[in-house]
Design a protein around this ligand. Structure first.
Ligand code: SF4
Length: 426
């Protein structure tokens, strides 16, 4: 048996701390499709580890990465190509590859998966096993497919787990966000019985804490712009409890919530079933004018109300804000700082601050970020010193301008230049 396995081709994943939620989903997909037994699967933490394992034989080597890690990936691809030549078939997927597939091919990848991989990736693996690789380098997924809900959400075989992906797709079109560009606008949810089954199977492997991945946890079970579907959320949380999972976490990282989906009833459910002490809320800005330009489809007042309800329900609001958006004015920043202060002082909130990153495939990508003024930076540092603010906004500010530089050098962003769609309206 082992001898047979040793003859199988390598399928290697380059694991980083930034793709640790993605790789278990891909592995689950391969296992669900019955393909895992045809490969020697290796999860590699470095290029050195890959080179130690693979010398001359054919190997598929997969990367899934985000735009900030572009240069590191480019360097690793060059090293693998130098050492392994054409025996290595380098494949890429993930948010950067989806936002800029042509640029990703130019980094040196042989095949790039743009969008959801549940259909094209197993097809590709079957073609590889039959020595019939596709002639085209960019393979696109089927936005809106429900395939992700039928595959295992993580890999029992590799004992590689991640928060379970609950929902794909987003009803909104925020101008800075890649999610709806990758997954589309149709909400697809993994159903409670299947969640319960997967949790039961994972329990013997030590998976006792269940956390979830969702673009907006309180939209679980919903199909359109509406109130939270309380029956669906309760069915989900009951299924987790019945599966024997001890610690259920919902509405906190990485399953944050939008302000307009928060109400006392849904918070009551979270309180009843879950262990999390915080609810992560995406406010993003305190300026209604900027929120409108970003196409957020909620107001600063709704964010304040949501923070108040979260506090009243006995949770700490942990509120996301972003600074440095294109066309952001001094007044917009003042409004964000004022909203943060109110939430901190009145609701015991903590804020999580980001600097805007221009990401390929989004309507705002070709616009210049705005530079944070010293007054804003000092105010953010003040709250950080008081331990009321966290986040890597200073590192992200540096990264934002690096991405602009890469974009202007032509390293990313070779798709049709969306000059007239900076801000979407629907
Ligand atoms: S920021 Fe959130 S609500 Fe807006 S498009 Fe992205 S996932 Fe959807």
């Amino acid at each position: 048996m082992q001898e047979e396995k040793d003859k199988c081709p390598f399928l290697i994943w380059r694991k980083t701390r930034w793709n640790r939620f993605t790789l278990p989903v891909l592995l689950g997909c391969i296992e669900g499709e019955g393909l895992a037994e045809h490969f020697r699967i290796l999860i590699a933490g470095s290029v050195e580890e890959i080179l130690q394992k693979v010398e001359t034989e054919k190997a598929l080597i997969g990367f899934s990465f985000m735009t900030p890690h572009l240069l590191q990936v480019q360097e690793e691809v060059e090293r693998l190509r130098r050492s392994l030549g054409k025996e290595a078939i380098l494949i890429a997927g993930g948010s950067h590859a989806t936002g800029d597939p042509e640029g990703t091919v130019r980094l040196g990848f042989d095949f790039v998966f743009a969008g959801e991989a549940e259909k094209p990736f197993p097809d590709f693996l079957r073609q590889f096993l039959q020595n019939k690789l596709p002639g085209t380098a960019i393979l696109t997924g089927d936005k809106g497919s429900c395939l992700f809900t039928t595959n295992p959400p993580f890999s029992l075989q590799e004992r590689f787990f991640a928060p379970m992906e609950l929902t794909r797709g987003c009803l909104y079109s925020c101008g800075f966000c890649q999610t709806p560009r990758i997954f589309g606008h149709i909400l697809r949810h993994r159903d409670p019985p299947s969640i319960g089954r997967h949790l039961e199977r994972a329990l013997p492997y030590g998976y006792h804490q269940s956390a979830f991945l969702s673009p907006n946890a309180f939209s679980y079970g919903a199909t359109g712009l509406q109130e939270p579907n309380l029956a669906a959320i309760e069915a989900l949380l009951t299924a987790c409890r019945q599966a024997g999972v001890g610690g259920i976490h919902f509405g906190c990282y990485p399953s944050e919530v939008r302000p307009d989906w928060v109400n006392p009833e849904v918070l009551h459910l979270v309180k009843k079933y879950c262990l999390n002490k915080t609810i992560v809320l995406g406010a993003q800005s305190g300026s209604n004018s900027l929120l409108g330009k970003l196409n957020r489809a909620h107001s600063a007042e709704q964010a304040l109300q949501a923070s108040c309800w979260i506090h009243q329900a006995g949770f700490m609001p942990h509120v996301d804000f972003v600074f440095g958006f294109p066309e952001e004015t001094q007044e917009d920043r003042q409004l964000s700082l004022a909203l943060m202060k109110k939430m901190i002082e009145e609701h015991g909130a903590k804020v999580h601050v980001h600097t805007y990153l221009p990401l390929p495939g989004t309507p705002l990508f070709w616009k210049e970020p705005s530079r944070l003024d010293d007054g804003t930076k000092n105010a953010l540092r003040h709250w950080a010193e008081k331990r009321k603010l966290d986040g890597w906004w200073e590192e992200q500010e540096v990264m934002a301008w690096k991405i602009v530089e890469w974009r202007d050098q032509g390293l990313i962003g070779t798709q049709i230049h969306p000059v007239d769609v900076y801000y979407l309206t629907g």
